[in-house]
Design a protein around this ligand. Structure first.
Ligand code: HEM
Length: 138
């Protein structure tokens, strides 16, 4: 007999994380809330100032990047070409405070999404890795 409960793959396996985030639309909502947080949180004012006035292209890029990064379709490279996140960010003055401000915006945004609580925790833990690798100064 088959179990009627759908088998849940661990996050990080195949596209399990992409699905847990609600696919493209779920990730887009996360990124919109992420940049809304960056736009309003006083703790993020200094990283907001590194970004262009109009955040729509930034949002499209991060949404597409995260789709592939979470095991879904590689929509970033499809539209914008290849990218290495740590290398790209070396051009910006990112230290521990900037890294933490970026992650705080993600935490605030993730809290607003209808994701499973364990996925929110997993997502923040995983994002620490590229955020730390994007650091260009102490
Ligand atoms: C550690 C703190 C971080 C800071 C302060 C930061 C800041 C920035 C800035 C200033 C830009 C350029 C403006 C723009 O194109 O929107 C940018 C671009 C971008 N960031 Fe970050 N970022 C951080 C971490 C991350 C992480 C962890 C990821 C991915 C998981 C990421 C993904 C991207 C992408 C995909 C772009 C667009 C790249 C392109 O233009 O080709 N960033 N970031």
């Amino acid at each position: 007999m088959y179990d009627s409960v759908e088998e849940k793959r661990p996050y990080g396996q195949g596209d399990a994380s992409f699905q847990a985030a609600g696919g493209f639309d779920g990730i887009k909502a996360l990124v919109d809330d992420f940049y809304a947080a960056m736009d309003t949180l006083p703790e993020a004012a200094h990283i907001r100032a590194m970004h262009p006035a109009d955040l729509s292209t930034s949002a499209d890029k991060l949404t597409r990047f995260l789709c592939g990064w979470l095991g879904g379709p590689r929509l970033f490279s499809e539209k914008y070409g290849p990218i290495a996140i740590p290398k790209f960010h070396q051009a910006f003055p990112i230290g521990p405070a900037e890294r933490d401000a970026w992650l705080l915006c993600m935490k605030v945004a993730a809290a607003k999404q209808p994701f499973a609580d364990d996925f929110k925790t997993y997502l923040l833990e995983q994002l620490y890795v590229p955020a730390e690798r994007s650091r260009s100064r102490d």
